[in-house]
Design a protein around this ligand. Sequence first.
Ligand SMILES: Cc1cc2nc3c(=O)[nH]c(=O)nc-3n(C[C@H](O)[C@H](O)[C@H](O)COP(=O)(O)O)c2cc1C
Length: 349
Amino acid sequence: MNRARRKLEHIEHALSIEQERANGLDDIAFVHQSLPNIGTNDVQLHTAVGELSLSSPLFINAMTGGGGRETMAINEQLAEVAKACGLAMAVGSQMAAIKEESERQTFTIVRRVNENGIIFANIGSEATVDEAKRAVEMIEANALQLHLNVVQELVMPEGDRDFTGTLQRIERIVRAMDVPVIVKEVGFGISKETARKLVEIGVQYIDVGGFGGTNFARVENERRNDRLMYFNEWGISTAASIVEVTQTAPNVSVLASGGIRTAVDAVKALALGAVAVGVARPFLKILIEQGVEALIDEITAWHADFTRMMTALGAKTVSDLQRAPLVISGKTHHWLTERGLQTKLYSQR
Ligand SMILES: Cc1cc2nc3c(=O)[nH]c(=O)nc-3n(C[C@H](O)[C@H](O)[C@H](O)COP(=O)(O)O)c2cc1C
């Protein structure tokens, strides 16, 4: 199967598979404050992701490109939305365009539409330094996402089977790039052990890409006859993964994604310590089924919800939100306790 066809199949399956809520964020509850002493006009949604300054903590996560005209149209429309709403946006893996010149335009359209926007390049951790540089140059990217997707590859019929040397390749790329390098998962979460290894080689940005949203084991299982069902439930929930990474790597800028489905999911992820929150499948679904204006309306509504919730919590900024007390219960509490992570830090701050 060629790469372009696979890109289209991913979209088709990712949109048709409904994943039950499993992001762990339902285990998080804010402690209501009756005297917040601020108004909605005091709330500022901008955030700093290391050296990058974003006007919203929400971003459109990596999805597509490299699948011919259809993926170019999607990227063009996503870029229009990102520009209208002031969101950062990641493109899908650019390896297709590095291997095949004719696919470049499916990615470069994003920069053409959104000349001054914050755009993340994206490539797999199998990339060489040269390929990583070409991905960034192709779209004049402000940062590079390097994705880790071992389980997806193992389930993918034509996927990689050897993952030796990935950390060393990431290290070479991090050293060679002059834009921030965000190491991201694609829906299986980053553990504290992985975070520690990444910090040791100089990684300063991690997108936890946790379990509970788009499930690439299920997407790839749809594409094979002998399904590997045991991988369908594999992964660290987004809530647990944010805590695993923020507590282990306090100097890392943590981005949260994986199953962020509502504005309250996003606000909880920020309160747990993420500096930005990425959404993929739900935004693509709205775009494809209802169009650009509907997606702009949806994101505008999320922003209004962020402002209301932050007002109720007395949080003028994302940093203030990270000091709002919250209680972690249920499965996520159990997981974090067993893993030796602190839960009282949040309930008693
Ligand atoms: C159709 C589709 C294609 C994707 N392609 C990529 C990709 O090329 N590179 C990547 O890093 N992540 C890719 N992802 C993963 C997302 O960036 C994100 O990590 C994951 O979908 C979890 O977010 P969600 O639950 O909001 O969809 C893709 C997701 C979807 C839905």
